[in-house]
Design a protein around this ligand. Structure first.
Ligand SMILES: Nc1ncnc2c1ncn2[C@@H]1O[C@H](COP(=O)(O)OP(=O)(O)OP(=O)(O)O)[C@@H](O)[C@H]1O
Length: 322
């Protein structure tokens, strides 16, 4: 097991007090496993990613839990100890990737630094010419036009989509043990998206990298992930092998997410969006947090929150299965 998240709860301090976002998350990720995390906007996907790499906004608080990475509870490590893990151990492609780049260094220099980290880890030495070639090839792999010219530029000279690809190239050069990718292809067109999915899978196959792929796009996650985790209001609602979850979703929320995905074979009238909106974390409903929107709601759902249980080799949080 590469990563074990146990009972993780995370809150944000806000002017009126403290708002709990992640509620008792339990999640294990094996070496080489690709786990998709989906949920509507505001369900806590980014908060989970940031919590794992300890780059939450300053008003975040870890309330409870352990995050065991490679046998060590990273929440107990001092910052300088964790700094050795960040990068080569855990790397994150942020939703706003510009923050990952240094504004005063060229792309070339930043990619060379990423490659150097990887080489130090492997105790390998290569000459400058070879390093330059590896960088150019990686930049070409992520379909950036004119690699030799583009690496001479500074981050502010690139578009959002180009920056996203530079940060993906950085991840491919670093070859971390765990890659957290938060909407990594949101600014890219579909053909480049498909290429990134291919490169991530290749990274997993060659290096055994585990990947947490965060997205609101279930079809994209289906193209890459082995497992699917569904979050709602900061809670884990379902977790299982992707084929099983997509073909026979257990949770009514997962069922709703899947039936709202457009496909070529679905006619317009067959697309069913989930009614209503996710709740505010300030006034969460009692009982199951999905109950006000759930087409299968029962009396108990409004009174008591279900726990996550195991069902047919999957995890689900729903009174229908208890
Ligand atoms: N620094 C912060 N302070 C207070 N609240 C925050 C902070 N960052 C995020 N939140 C709130 O935490 C909740 C979860 O946000 P988060 O970004 O983790 O969700 P998400 O599922 O990644 O959403 P999206 O798909 O829109 O990125 C939201 O209600 C958001 O407004």
């Amino acid at each position: 097991m590469l990563l074990q998240i146990k009972n993780l709860s995370v809150s944000y301090k806000v002017p009126i007090g403290k708002v709990k976002i992640l509620d008792n998350i339990n999640l294990d990720i094996d070496k080489g496993e690709i786990v998709g995390i989906v949920g509507e906007s505001g369900s806590g996907k980014s908060t989970l990613g940031h919590s794992i790499i300890k780059l939450n906004p300053p008003n975040a608080i870890y309330d409870t839990g352990e995050i065991i990475f490679d046998g060590k509870d990273i929440l107990k490590l001092r910052e300088e100890e964790f700094r050795k893990i960040r990068g080569a151990g855990i790397f994150m492609v942020f939703q706003n990737p510009l923050n990952s780049l240094n504004p005063v260094k060229t792309i070339r220099l930043q990619l060379l630094e990423a490659l150097k980290v990887k080489q130090e880890r492997d105790e390998k030495r290569i000459d400058d010419k070879e390093a330059e070639e590896i960088i150019i090839n990686t930049v070409r792999d992520v379909r950036l036009p004119d690699p030799k010219e583009i690496i001479k530029k500074y981050p502010h000279q690139l578009s959002g989509g180009q920056i996203q690809r530079v940060v993906i190239a950085m991840a491919l050069l670093l070859r971390p043990k765990l890659l957290i990718a938060d909407e990594p292809t949101s600014a890219l067109d579909v053909t480049i998206q498909a290429q990134v999915v291919k490169l991530f899978k290749q990274l997993r196959d060659e290096e055994g990298t585990s990947i947490i792929f965060i997205s609101h796009d279930i079809s994209l996650v289906y193209a890459i992930a082995d497992r699917l985790v569904v979050l709602y209001a900061g809670r884990l609602m379902e977790d299982g092998k992707i084929e099983n979850v997509i073909k026979t979703p257990l949770h009514p929320y997962t069922q709703g997410l899947i039936s709202s995905v457009p496909t070529i074979t679905k006619k317009e009238g067959e697309l069913k969006a989930i009614e209503g909106n996710p709740p505010s974390f300030l006034i969460l409903p009692s009982g199951c947090k999905f109950n006000p929107r759930c087409p299968k709601v029962m009396g108990i759902c409004k009174e008591k929150e279900p726990q996550v249980i195991e069902k047919d080799g999957r995890k689900v949080r729903c009174w229908l299965y208890e």
